[in-house]
Design a protein around this ligand. Structure first.
Ligand code: CUA
Length: 482
């Protein structure tokens, strides 16, 4: 019986050793999430500090174990030994074993404190022009706001090589942690308490990011990618982010997908943050969606969601989980839980309000949406679609509404972010004395802040950029809604 127990124990130890060896392989510098294959000064100073502390720990370990083994053998109990002389308190010994650890701790503390001081006080002035990015944690994806360039994106971060990047870290829901193992160590993303981290990348390439704080079911699936470019390539990327996608050709899967996207996805996903003003609009809208969800978590059909501008240029989907291609995207749209459990999209969005939680769309509709999303890439640089007046002079106001307004306004009574547009002609005339229904709607489009209806968030951007003729067409279209 006793023998069997020992066997089981040694088997377990063997298993543990084998398991440990396999885990250690994760530390090889080539591994995507290894902290040893550093690609920037912050990460390498942190790795150096780790190696210094590890070396000290190894010396202490060997000294203590050697002493322990030596003493256990030399002074082991022998046949006929008497109880050894009992002692209590020895000043010399106690002073020695207090001083030695204190000295060791000083050796550890000095470089640690130097490291903390140099990294926690913001970017030093001599490092060059700082790129400022606000990174926001969400369950379970990352939002990146480039305040310097009015660019907004999600899950794939682009930064220039050799330039310091300063991150303001926050969270909209629970505590997450921002970590790019090869570029800089982790800092928590805490709701209502901004934290900061900065880094410099010394190499062009693709690096892995990972949420490093348990934040719910899909914590392990909350990843992101960092693409480091030469400065000029980075600026070209910024330029591309400001270039609208070309509109899909009529009667293609992409054009059908665009309509389906407008009807089913655009309340939460913005996909056209390319124009001036669209940056602040997206931030306000994202906040409005978040507040909407917080106010009525059970019934809200709105949640904050990744900005999909130029999504077709991404390499991954589901925040770094799968390669981005048509097949995977179809799988994701049809039933997100097959790729990531517990997404708010599947829980809250109307289109997933089905018995089995799968999208209320046909296979071909899902395929069309996927083709449309994959087509979202910087276009030929032509003017915004809405400025293009067709040669016959007719503006398709319904399409203008679908692309620009449907994210916040329904065509019926439903409130999305703003009021539903159904029957607006009956209400608009009484809103402001002296303004006809036509004038009131027109003014509300070009200067909405003047006429925010009580009870709605003041988040609507001014749409004067649509051009006078398009706004007029839009007003006439809205006046026909019952
Ligand atoms: Cu976010 Cu773990």
């Amino acid at each position: 019986m006793k023998k069997k127990f020992i066997n089981k124990k040694s088997k377990l130890s063997l298993l543990f050793i084998v398991f440990s060896i396999f885990t250690i392989f994760g530390c090889t510098p080539e591994n995507n999430q290894s902290t040893f294959g550093t690609a920037g000064p912050i990460a390498s100073s942190q790795a150096d500090l780790f190696i210094l502390i590890f070396a000290i720990a190894v010396v202490v370990f060997i000294a203590v174990e050697a002493a322990l083994i030596y003493i256990s053998i030399k002074f082991r109990r022998r046949e006929g030994d008497k109880l050894p002389y009992q002692t209590h308190g020895n000043k010399k010994l106690e002073i020695t074993w207090t001083i030695i650890p204190a000295v060791i701790l000083i050796f550890v503390a000095v470089p640690t404190l130097v490291g903390i001081w140099s990294q926690q006080n913001g970017v030093p002035d001599d490092k060059g022009q700082v790129l400022n990015i606000e990174a926001v944690g969400h369950q379970w994806w990352f939002e990146f706001r480039y305040s310097d360039y009015e660019v907004i994106t999600s899950n794939e971060l682009h930064i220039p090589k050799g330039r310091p990047v300063s991150f303001k870290l926050s969270s909209q829901d629970v505590i997450h942690s921002f970590w790019v193992p090869k570029l800089a160590g982790k800092v928590d993303m805490v709701p209502l308490n901004d934290n900061y981290i900065w880094m410099i990348a010394d190499e062009v390439g693709e690096f892995y990011g990972q949420c490093a704080e348990f934040c719910g079911t899909s914590h392990a699936h909350m990843r992101f990618r960092v693409f480091v470019h030469e400065e000029e390539d980075f600026l070209a990327w910024v330029d591309q982010m400001h270039t609208p996608a070309d509109p899909p050709m009529p009667n293609t899967p992409e054009s059908r997908g665009q309509m389906l996207f407008a009807a089913n996805c655009s309340m939460c996903h913005t996909n056209n943050s390319t124009t001036p003003g669209s940056y602040i609009m997206e931030i306000n809208t994202q906040d409005a969606r978040w507040n909407n969800w917080v106010d009525d978590t059970e019934n809200s059909a709105l949640v904050s969601a990744p900005n999909l501008t130029h999504f077709g240029t991404h390499t991954t989907l589901g925040s770094g989980i799968k390669e981005l291609n048509h097949e995977n995207l179809v799988e994701w749209i049809a039933d997100p839980s097959t790729i990531k459990q517990g997404t708010r999209m599947q829980k809250q969005a109307m289109v997933y309000n089905t018995r089995d939680g799968k999208a209320n769309l046909t296979d071909s509709e899902i395929s069309d949406i996927a083709y449309y999303l994959l087509s979202l890439k910087p276009g030929s640089g032509a003017e915004m679609v809405v400025d293009d007046i067709p040669s016959d002079g007719l503006i398709d106001a319904e399409a203008v509404f679908a692309t620009n307004c449907a994210a916040c306004h329904s065509l019926g009574d439903d409130v999305i972010v703003g009021p539903g547009m159904g029957g607006i002609k009956d209400r608009a005339g009484d809103r402001v004395s002296g303004l006809s229904a036509y004038e009131y709607i027109y003014e509300s489009i070009v200067e909405p802040q003047a006429y925010i209806v009580e009870g709605y968030p003041p988040v609507m951007p001014a749409w004067a950029s649509l051009g006078d003729e398009t706004v007029n067409a839009l007003v006439e279209y809205l006046l026909t809604l019952e």
